[in-house]
Design a protein around this ligand. Structure first.
Ligand SMILES: *Cc1c(COP(=O)(O)O)cnc(C)c1O
Length: 485
């Protein structure tokens, strides 16, 4: 890993160099060795780098420059909504009244923070059309699981213990069947039709007395709107099942339609996607859950409520599925989402949907000239291309993704959803300019030309990154996380 241009902190080390200076000791030195059993005492000093403050600064700044984020360039990672995270969110999150409070404080002393959470719940109810919202879950997947546990509790409260199955479309996000399994259900697949939408005949076939719920995202992971959603809701409800909406990506519909109006009984949102919480690298996130009136008694507790002009944590909720996260959710991410919603306003959020959909369609129509577009109808916030034409010439979608790194782009999501061969799932988001979109389109078309004329350059990419193509399986299975001199 040693690198002339970027020596790691261990290579910068010089014996005796420090990044601090302390005044001379004017009390008696504490004799740790005398206090501890011999077995706990180190025989050799830890091998830590000895560096100046400036060296530390350069080390970490250097590392951060090697990272790639939305603030450094275009990041069209489909289904992840890598949009710009407005910096006003950070200003608000750092206000002392928010950042210096403690979760064990008496609610009476933090009414402003409670009001913020309450108002955020109210906004999310309005945006989703649901009866009540809980801000507790810390990720989309946890939101899915929370809602499924509530649906299970609802069926059981009705004496209905036979509903063991959750129906999931074949295009679903991988978390959907996983959450169903973790919540103790069996995940059953419903097929997509040739338009990439849920096949209603297949839905009728799999739905039955054992159906606990149908999990759906609309628009689906192909970026296509499920037009027959009301009919689907009818099929599932008539069989006694519930409808669950995976609202991780609300970017296409905000201000235009709402899961509540489509007949859904429960929904989760990813505040770290649509509502500009910074994300990547595993967190922190926030995955609030919205539910219908029927499911409301089962919400995780405590619930933040308003009683006689005071904001309180309601804990007396006998049907609650219980607490699903310590404290009251990821407060900082909820606060950023609240700031975003207040900054944008209702009209602003509607514009987000318009631009997100416009940008995706613009890009899709430009790219379909060179890349296979398996589902050619207009898309919503994202679209999925297939690298099947390029594959015939010996270049895989993985190669194309790696080649994009040479042009300093983060690649799209690849090989997902699973029902598209060599899939490239592209989500430009609303925050990118036309120039940025055009730049990416041009690069993609250039790579398509390379595939025809000079495939090796794509097959062997990346050429200009710090590390070349990695053995991803070994990197995942046997990661080397320690520095060895
Ligand atoms: C991102 C995403 C999820 C999972 O959200 P996490 O916060 O990563 O757990 C679920 N469904 C869809 C459609 C997503 O895009």
């Amino acid at each position: 890993m040693a690198n002339q241009d970027f020596p790691l902190i261990f290579e910068r080390s010089k014996e005796g160099r420090t990044s601090y200076s302390l005044p001379d000791l004017d009390v008696e030195e504490f004799d740790l060795d005398a206090e501890l059993d011999d077995e706990y005492i180190r025989k050799t000093a830890p091998d830590l780098p000895e560096v100046s403050e400036l060296d530390i600064m350069r080390h970490y700044t250097g590392l951060s420059n090697r990272n790639y984020g939305v603030d450094s360039g275009f990041y069209p990672l489909g289904s992840c909504t890598m949009k710009y995270n407005p910096k006003i969110n950070e200003d608000v999150a750092r206000l002392e009244g928010f950042s210096h409070i403690h979760p064990y404080q008496d609610p009476k002393t933090v009414q402003g923070a409670m009001e913020m959470l309450y108002d955020l719940q109210t906004s999310l109810k309005e945006i989703t059309g649901m009866y009540e919202v809980s801000l507790q879950s810390a990720a989309g997947a946890q939101g899915e699981w929370t809602a499924l546990m509530m649906i299970r509790a609802y069926h059981e409260a009705n004496g209905d213990f036979e509903r063991t199955k959750v129906i999931v479309p074949d295009s679903a996000h991988g978390t959907n069947p996983a959450s169903a399994a973790v919540a103790g259900f069996e995940a059953v697949t419903v097929k997509s039709n040739e338009q990439g939408l849920v096949d209603l005949d297949d839905l009728k076939r799999v739905v039955g007395k054992d159906t606990a719920a149908l999990m759906l995202t609309n628009p689906n992971t192909l970026g296509l709107f499920e037009r027959e959603i009301l009919e689907m809701a009818d099929i599932v409800h008539s069989a006694g099942g519930k409808l669950y909406y995976d609202g991780a990506n609300l970017n296409a519909i905000m201000g235009y339609t709402r899961p509540g109006d489509m007949g859904f009984d429960a929904v989760h949102l990813n505040l770290h996607k649509t509502f500009t919480g910074p994300h990547g690298g595993g967190g922190p996130g926030s995955g609030p859950v919205g539910v219908s009136k029927e499911l409301e008694p089962f919400l995780p507790k405590p619930v933040i409520a308003k009683k006689d002009n005071e904001f309180v944590f309601e804990t007396d909720r006998p049907h609650s599925i219980g607490r699903i996260k310590p404290y009251y959710g990821n407060f900082g991410i909820n606060l950023r989402a609240y700031t975003y919603i207040r900054t944008m306003g209702a009209e602003g959020l509607k514009k987000v949907s318009e631009y997100a959909v416009l940008n995706a369609n613009y890009m899709m129509r430009k790219l379909e000239k060179e890349f296979e577009l398996p589902y050619p109808q207009h898309c919503k916030h994202e679209f999925v291309l297939s690298g099947s034409r390029q594959k015939k010439l010996g270049v895989r979608t993985l190669d194309i993704a790696k080649r994009l790194l040479d042009f300093n782009y983060h690649p799209p999501t690849i090989y997902f959803p699973l029902n598209v061969e060599e899939g490239l799932m592209i989500e430009p988001t609303e925050t990118e300019s036309k120039e940025t979109l055009d730049g990416f389109i041009e690069t993609m078309l250039e790579i398509a030309e390379e595939v025809k004329n000079n495939p090796e350059i794509v097959q062997e990419a990346p050429h200009h990154t710090i590390v070349k193509r990695m053995d991803e399986t070994t990197a995942a299975r046997k990661p080397v996380l320690r520095y060895y001199k």
